[in-house]
Design a binder for this molecule. Sequence first.
Ligand code: NAP
Length: 289
Amino acid sequence: MSINGKTRVCAIIGDPVEHSLSPVMHNAAFQKLGLNLVYVAFKVTKDGLKDAISGARSLGLRGLNVTMPHKNAVIYYLDEVDSTAKTIGAVNTILNNQEKLVGYNTDGKGAMIALQENGISTEEKKMLLLGAGGAAKAIAFQAAQEVEELVIVNRTSEKAEQLAKMLGKNFGNKVNGRKLSDEVLKQELETTDILVNATSVGMHPSVNSSPVPSDLLHSDLCVMDIIYNPLETKLAKDAKAVGAKVVSGLDMLLYQGAVAFEIWTNCPAPVDVMKKAALDKLAEQGDIH
Ligand code: NAP
């Protein structure tokens, strides 16, 4: 990589960010396409967000990824927010377009592309989405436009119900929100085609937890666990064991990154190169805890 006076900078901001896979993925992609861009990670605390965005503006950064805890709050410091990110109330990608900072949310698209790329069509399918947090909201927004039926279940049922109501208004009545329980999972899973875990249950260090009892899983399911730390969650292992098709959270991470890359560069993202860089980094670190 040759850095010179014309190199533009992209970055991820969040806290923590030191284990992020985004720098290796994007730098590999910039190099592959010979783009004069470089990607770094900045740890930005909650109190530092306003100054960080102002700094990104002054320094002429080309783009930012935004991760926890800033996905919601960052909206207040942007010049424009695209309609998807506005509806979700969260931004994970910013483009500096001639000094105007524009916010996007690529998580939902990333999740849907990950399914497609694994040969899973969402058309005329029933999706059961676990969770109603930031990532779940983004996925629900995208999924509600594609699937036949969407059921959102969450520990805090009000959040699932509110999200379902909001999506129902936008996309019709095929979205329902329910409280997460084994009984509800049992009922819903019998007729579910695609199960997506967007809760944090099963994430490191609770690697032996799963949001779904293993005896409720069946071989007709496609299961995507969006957690990528660990790379293979207990839910993913249980799903594989019953013969279900499994999509890794790393694929969603990859494709949300690919969509961000395309927003910054207007070039198709070299996803194979990005995936290899992420997997090499994981192998080097022995996972990402
Ligand atoms: P978040 O906004 O904090 O939401 C967390 C969700 O998990 C909420 O629905 C919460 O339910 C639920 N939850 C937490 N603990 C639970 C428990 N013990 N039992 C049942 N439900 C529980 O987090 P997020 O940003 O959406 O992230 C969720 C997960 O997705 C994280 O593991 C994150 O790393 C991963 N993620 C992956 C990608 C990717 O590209 N692959 C992108 C974004 C996020 P309540 O509402 O009841 O609290």
